[in-house]
Design a protein around this ligand. Sequence first.
Ligand SMILES: [Zn+2]
Length: 137
Amino acid sequence: MRTHGWTRTVNDLAKTVELACSDCHRIITVSSGNLGWCLKSDEEVKGKSKKDVVNFSFSKKNGREPSDVEHKAHAKELKDDIVRVKPKNPECPVCPGSHLSSDWQGYVVVLNPSRSEIASILNIDRAGNYALKVNMR
Ligand SMILES: [Zn+2]
């Protein structure tokens, strides 16, 4: 059976990478790699390939999938409207503006900061995932 690309979930599109906040050491998970394509005029319309975006856009407008001829025509129409999905600038939720580093060591999960020795050493007062050591570059 042939399946259409645009029915795939967004989760298939992106890999993730873990960065550590240089300030509070909190670990932030961000998407990287190919985030796919979307329309400049309608960012809800996105897909893994340009072809997916054309299919999605046509289906959204017409309530059905395009034929080969219609696909071609619609692709021409959207030619200047299809752009790469831009990754969002990652930010630490606790200290926005601080540097996020991909160079860090030691994954620490703090569940209960008030009862955790390592949390008091690292000055952590919120539960979460932290890096033991963050290297600045
Ligand atoms: Zn932070």
